[in-house]
Structures are given as C-alpha cells and as structure tokens.
Design a protein around this ligand. Structure first.
Ligand SMILES: Cc1cc2nc3c(=O)[nH]c(=O)nc-3n(C[C@H](O)[C@H](O)[C@H](O)COP(=O)(O)OP(=O)(O)OC[C@H]3O[C@@H](n4cnc5c(N)ncnc54)[C@H](O)[C@@H]3O)c2cc1C
Length: 477
C-alpha cells in the first residue's frame, strides 16, 4: 500500500502553490511562479523529480540501441533559442555520445555543423530534456534563495476539489495536497485506439513498447505504421537503430498518403510575414487568404520552416479574432492550418523519401479501420476516400495515429471536465479554458496541448508545440 503523505497547509496567511504535471508546460508554470508571491511550491508529476521532461523528452534506458534515436521535430532555435545556445555549449559532449550510432545522426547534422549552424540541428529529444532538468535545478536554487520552499513529488494527481479559499488535490499515492492556487499541465490525450491495435502483431503506441516492437524489427518483419506524422518518424528511427537499412521493410499509412514536409533551416534565418485582411465573416473566406499567403510564400521559395515559424509568430502577435470575429467560424480554422503547415524532422523525412525511392519503404493512402492477427503476421483493413476497402498483409503494426475520436485524458482532466472546471469545444473536442488559462475556479489555471480556446480566443495554430505552450504560460501571468 502506498505511503500516505499529507502536505499540511502552511501557517495562516502562507501561500502554497501546486503545479500538476512534469513536462515543459509545468516547467514554464514553475518558472513563471518566480514572479509570484508564495511560500511553498509543490510540483506533483509522474516524474516531477525530472521536471521538464514530461512525455516527450524522457531519459532513455542506458543500453538500448534506440536511445537518442528520437529527434526534435524542428531546428533547435525554433523550439527554444536558449536550448540552441545550450546545445552549442555542450556540443563536444553530445558529439561524443552520438559517435557510432545508427542512424548516423552526426552525418545528418554535418552540413549544418560545417556551415556553422548548430542552432539548426534536429537534436535528440533526450538532450532537450537534459537542458530542462538543468533549468529546473537552477530554478529550485532561485526559489530557495528567495526563501520559497520547493517540493517535487513523483505522483499522479487524480482529483481536485475547490474549497472556500483553497484547493484540495488528491493523488494516486494517497496524498492530499492543500493549496491556495494551482496550475495544471497534464499533457495531451492518449492516442486514439483502433480495433486490433493491441495484439500478437501490433502495439497501441511506439512509446513504451519499443522492446516488443524491436523483436519483430530484428526478426525481419515488415513494420506498418498507422499514421504518417511524428510518431511514425520515430518508428522509422527505431527500425534504423536496430537493423541495417538494406533489411528494412517499412510502411506508413496516412489518410492523405503524404508525409510531412521537412523543416529545413537556412541562414540567415527568415520568417515568412503573412498579410491578411480584417473583418472576414466566414472561415472559408479567411482560409482562402491563408492558402493564398502560403502559396505565395512557396512560390517565393520560402521553406516550410520559414512559413510555419512565420505564421506561428504572426498568430502569437495577432489573434485569429481580429480577422474572423465569429467564434463558430474561427473554430473551423485550426484544423486546416494544422494540415497545411504540417512539417517535421528534417533528417528523418529526408531518410523516408530516400527509402521510398529505394523501395525499402512505402506510403499507403487510406484510413485504417481494423488490424487482424494471423498465424505469422497482421492484416490491416484500410478504406480509401471513396469507401473502397482493401486488406494489406504485413508483419507488425504500430499505432501512430495520434489523438482523435475516443482518445482519453488523464484522470485529473476527466475529473475537471466532470466538475465543469473545463469544457470541450463541440468542434474537434479541444479543451476550453478562460482568459489567462483560468478555469472556472479563479485560482486554478490549466494549459495543455489539447487546449484549443483560451478566453474568447480560438488558438489559430494547435498547441502541440513547445514554443507555443511556453508563450501562452508567459502571457497567462
Ligand atoms: C513523443 C512526443 C514528441 C514530441 N516532439 C515535439 C517536438 O519535437 N517539438 C515540439 O515543439 N513539440 C513536440 N511534441 C509536442 C508536445 O506535446 C509539446 O512540445 C510538449 O512537450 C508538451 O508538454 P506538456 O508539458 O504540456 O505535456 P507532456 O510533455 O505530455 O507532459 C505532461 C506530463 O504530466 C504528467 N501528468 C499527466 N497527468 C498528470 C496528473 N494528473 N498528475 C501528475 N502528472 C500528470 C504526464 O505523465 C506527463 O509526463 C511532442 C510530443 C510528444 C508526445
């Protein structure tokens, strides 16, 4: 039975602040709390003792070949300019760690290194986690130097109750935390499930299932990914870390039959500057302008990195409502922007195109309906746009579909939704919070990649992006 620990309320008049979560959003809330007047700050997260890593930037197991295989999707300075600086300072250590690894990350980074553009590399995600752990340590010292007590608790918050002037949080480990204010940053929802995605020849995700998937990769099975986005690229890296490329047999199945555009950095850095007119009545009218601006930038030779980062900077400055005041219409915009501005890890996408050219990988257009299991492998049932069904025989299937209908949130978010502290948009199911990320309880804030509306604003570009999350935390203060 878990040890029951109570974090007692401080003496009368003292302020305890609780942050739920251990990813970059929780770390951003932690950093922003330095500006606030409080006596005790408690972070409760699955691995709060490694605050900043969260689900995306975890420390890998020491001896597995795929350690350091997963890369950030954007150039380092697009994710965080401070991280890019950190990377340069730690380059010698990083280069030593990345020697003799498969896939050969140093070779892929070489053109950028040679052109003195280390800021542009797609760093292994674990290194971003290292940077954030260092940041956490520095922040803990800064809090303590101010006389603020810091407690990092490895635990999961399961429910939250609003009392008159405080909030009571209960945890899986049997703890009860009392606080005057709370920030909740629990990450996005689970990957949507697909019939048969957990069986002898399939896994419901790549993360946490690598050891089992690795057995099939090493046995020479064809690996079939449901979905064509970032997690699919991670599976390709997993394969490349385990077997020689000549043995690789890889399939990505995506509804549009396409893989994202690589985000290629160029010197000098450039941001596309879009121009939109105000006062649109419909999403269609506004989206026609967005499409025009993207096409114009592409025709001018802008890279998707420049377009995407430029649009992101633009919408962080100028809210969608200034172009499209009708909130119902605005809700139709993020889905299109997400699709049109799709981009990902340069190294891996370039590898994927090369492997397709060499016949070692292929992309299937369609929607996976079901995975069936036979004696020696899997059969994937796929439908196309017209509803025609086909069955594809393959070796092993990995669900990389991302969030979608039927995805589940963490227990605390579900609890907060049930209490009406948060709500869900009827378009796309994103989460709605109040201005400044406040929930309906004024002393509780909430931010995660699943948030699609903050106050009266529909967020134009989805928040599955480290830079955006940090920006919205900073402006919620
Ligand atoms: C595998 C992966 C790769 C990604 N790669 C990139 C990238 O390259 N670039 C980019 O910009 N974005 C990337 N993203 C998008 C990513 O969502 C954001 O960049 C960012 O990491 C989200 O941070 P977060 O803190 O909001 O959530 P998370 O990183 O998901 O962290 C939330 C954490 O809170 C914990 N938690 C959840 N509920 C509770 C609870 N009730 N109590 C306690 N703890 C709880 C979870 O266990 C989790 O560790 C990636 C996401 C994933 C999942």
């Amino acid at each position: 039975m878990a040890k029951i620990e109570q974090i007692p309320p401080g003496p009368e008049g003292q302020h305890t602040h609780v942050i739920v979560g251990d990813g970059i959003t929780a770390l951003a809330f932690f950093e922003a709390s330095l500006e606030r007047d409080m006596d005790h700050i408690v972070v409760v997260g699955n691995q709060a003792s490694q605050l900043g890593r969260g689900a995306a930037y975890a420390k890998g197991d020491a001896d597995v070949p795929w350690r350091f295989a997963y890369l950030l999707n954007s150039p380092a300075d697009d994710i965080d300019p401070q991280f890019a600086e950190w990377l340069v300072h730690h380059w010698d250590t990083i280069a030593a760690k990345m020697q003799n690894r498969s896939p050969n990350w140093l070779a892929a980074a070489a053109p950028l290194v040679e052109s003195d553009d280390l800021y542009g590399v797609n760093a292994p995600r674990e290194f971003y986690g290292d940077f954030m752990e260092e940041k956490t340590r520095a922040l803990v010292e800064a809090f303590e130097a101010r006389g603020v007590k810091v407690t990092l608790l490895d635990d999961m918050a399961t429910a939250l109750a609003i009392e008159s002037n405080q909030v009571m949080i209960t945890t899986q480990g049997g703890r009860v935390l009392r606080a005057q204010s709370v920030d909740v940053a629990p990450g996005g929802p689970s990957t949507m499930r697909i019939d048969g995605d957990e069986g002898p020849f399939s896994s419901p995700s790549v993360f946490g299932f690598e050891t089992r998937i690795a057995e099939h990769i090493k046995s020479g099975a064809e690996i079939f990914c449901i979905g064509g986005n970032a997690a699919m690229l991670d599976v390709l890296r997993l394969c490349q870390s385990l077997i020689p490329e000549q043995d690789l047999r890889f399939v990505a199945c995506a509804p549009d039959g396409e893989i994202p555009t690589p985000l290629v950095p160029r010197l000098p850095r450039k941001l596309t500057v879009p121009t939109f007119s105000k006062g649109h009545a419909t999403a269609d009218a506004f989206l026609a302008e967005v499409r025009r601006e993207i096409d114009k930038a592409l025709a001018d030779g802008d890279e998707m990195r420049e377009i995407r980062a430029g649009f992101r900077a633009h919408f962080l400055q100028t809210p969608l409502s200034s172009y499209l005041p009708d909130v119902e219409e605005a809700r139709k915009v993020p889905g299109a922007l997400r699709f049109w501005l799709r981009g990902g890890t340069r190294d891996t996408i370039q590898d994927m195109h090369r492997l397709v050219g060499e016949g070692k990988a292929r992309v299937v257009k369609g929607l996976v309906q079901e995975v069936r299991h036979n004696d020696g492998g899997a059969e994937v049932v796929v439908t196309d746009d017209a509803g025609h069904q086909q069955s594809i025989q393959t070796g092993f299937v990995v669900n990389c579909a991302g969030a979608g209908p039927g995805s589940r949130f963490d227990p605390l978010t579900e609890d907060m939704l049930a209490q009406g502290l948060l709500s869900r948009s009827h378009v796309g199911g994103g989460l709605q919070v109040g201005a400044g990320c406040k929930t309906s309880a004024p002393n509780v804030r909430y931010l995660s990649p699943a948030v699609s509306e903050i106050g009266a604003e529909v967020i134009a570009m989805p928040l599955y992006d480290a830079h955006m999350l940090r920006s919205y935390v900073a402006r919620s203060m």
